[in-house]
Design a protein around this ligand. Structure first.
Ligand code: UGA
Length: 449
């Protein structure tokens, strides 16, 4: 079993650390946020992620996962260090490497004293060239040693999704890593073989800069795919009887296109896709390359949350003084994360138009309270949210909302106007009973069946 030190207890660090410990490795975890460490120590996840808590509490109880208060790790040293600190966006779209660099400086000072061949794996999303460039330089300067001689260095990007992070970690579709030195590659591959056993996914071994590029290209492609279907959705609305979900289903049957990431909606959010697309276009501009498609995906995404507000306004006339119920606040289901969530832009637009806003989300209430304070009435359940509303906006496709029936809207709302930003309801059934509008569905909307 390996000794693993994880730096950064966010989605990537904490989930992978808990999973490594769960399968018998000895893991230490550090984060600069003391409160987060206290929570983890008492076996509580600092954020909502399905399936994480049981693994976390078992790993803490068995002492295979230990919280440490020093970025350099425990006294015993480590075989692998997984660096998973945040790389937030700067104003100009580039990423801020300050957390990575300061952790690398501290780690560097311990690398010189460690026995064996410790390997530093960069799991934070860093722009192409970072690992073989500034990260390598800092580690070598602060350790006084050379990569490949007394320690290893790997760019090992992560592809897990929030909401299914545990499953994605235990059963990834592929592993991509890039090494500066051959020994790191062999050691990491041996670790992965023992960790995944018979479930070992395909491993793609590259140089570090290519591995970093894979991460950005993957997220850029996903963003382009979503913005593409959102553009088609906005066009479908102009053709009576045309529904983007039919179009997406039909084009997705072509295996060259595929079904996934063709759900039209209110746009992509979260801490990754928007940030990574911005960082990639920034890096491209620095190199005098214009990423026209990625730029366009970002600008479509910037406007897409407004579309649902426009649909509401087209049904209600004026939004001023109208009560709008917003169902769903997290950027996607199964998470409490509201970073860059379309819900914030939608609520801002509603408040600017002087609408009264009530809102409900199964997990993200506390986080949204921090953003909007008492400007939004937060309710205990979806039914309270709908009471006396003139319009309901479906913003996140939580399972809990799919069980709502036309009768619920008729019974509870002042006016039964439902604008479905995630296309969770059947248009035929809803259109017959309530005033139903949906992203990608024309207003004269009775779908021709
Ligand atoms: C994304 C990638 O999917 C992961 O592979 C990657 O590891 C991660 O970013 C990262 O870089 O760390 P995540 O942000 O957790 O994962 O969520 P996604 O499932 O990709 O969804 C992103 C956004 O796109 C959400 O707001 C979601 O509602 C939206 N989306 C997704 C759509 O609007 N339509 C779709 O068809 C799919």
């Amino acid at each position: 079993m390996s000794r693993i030190h994880v730096v950064g207890a966010g989605y990537v660090g904490l989930v992978s650390g808990a999973c490594y410990a769960h399968r018998g490795n000895h893991v230490t975890i550090y984060d600069s946020d003391r409160k987060k460490l206290d929570e983890i120590e008492s076996a509580q996840a600092p954020f909502y992620e399905p399936e994480l808590e049981p693994i976390l509490s078992e790993s803490i109880r068995s002492k295979r996962l230990k919280v440490v208060r020093d970025v350099k790790g425990g006294v015993d040293g480590f075989d692998f260090l997984f660096m998973a600190v945040g790389t937030p966006s700067k104003r100009d779209g580039s990423i801020n490497l300050v957390n990575v660099i300061s952790a690398c400086k501290a780690i560097g000072t311990t690398l010189g004293n460690q026995s064996g061949f410790p390997i530093v794996c960069i799991r934070s999303t860093v722009v192409p060239g970072s690992t073989a460039g500034v990260i390598k330089t800092v580690l070598e300067r602060y350790s006084g040693r050379l990569v490949g001689e007394s320690f290893g260095l790997v760019a090992y990007p992560e592809f897990l999704r929030e909401g299914s992070a545990v499953n994605d970690t235990l059963s990834p579709k592929r592993i991509v890593f890039g090494t500066v030195d051959e020994r790191s590659s062999r050691y990491l591959e041996a670790f992965l073989k023992s960790f995944y056993g018979d479930n070992l996914p395909p491993i793609v071994k590259l140089n570090p800069t290519s591995a970093e590029m894979v991460k950005y290209a993957a997220n850029a492609f996903l963003g382009v795919k979503i913005s593409f279907i959102n553009e088609i959705a906005n066009l479908c609305e102009k053709y009576p009887g045309v529904d983007v979900t039919d179009v997406a289903n039909a084009i997705g049957l072509d295996p060259r296109i595929g079904h996934s990431f063709l759900n039209a909606g209110v746009g992509f959010g979260g801490s990754c896709l928007p940030k990574d697309l911005r960082a990639l276009t920034f890096e491209a501009r620095k190199r005098k390359v214009r990423l026209a498609l990625v730029d366009a995906a970002l600008s479509v995404n910037e406007r897409q949350p407004e579309r649902i507000v426009e649909l509401a306004a087209s049904e209600l006339g004026r939004l001023q003084g109208k009560h709008v119920a917003v169902l769903g606040l997290s950027y996607k289901p199964d998470t409490d994360d509201i970073r860059e969530a379309p819900s914030s832009k939608i609520i801002e637009a509603l408040l600017r138009a002087n609408a009264k806003v009530s809102a409900y989300d199964p997990r993200a209430m506390q986080n949204i309270r921090g953003v909007f304070g008492h400007r939004v009435r937060l309710t205990k359940n979806p039914r309270d949210c709908l009471k006396e509303a003139n319009c309901c906006l479906i913003v996140t496709e939580w399972d809990e909302f799919t069980s709502l029936k036309p009768d619920d809207f008729l019974e509870l709302m002042a006016e039964p106007v439902v604008v479905d930003g995630r296309r969770i309801f059947g248009p035929k059934i809803f259109d017959e009973r309530v005033r139903y509008r949906g992203i990608g569905l024309s207003s004269s909307g009775k779908p021709v069946r």
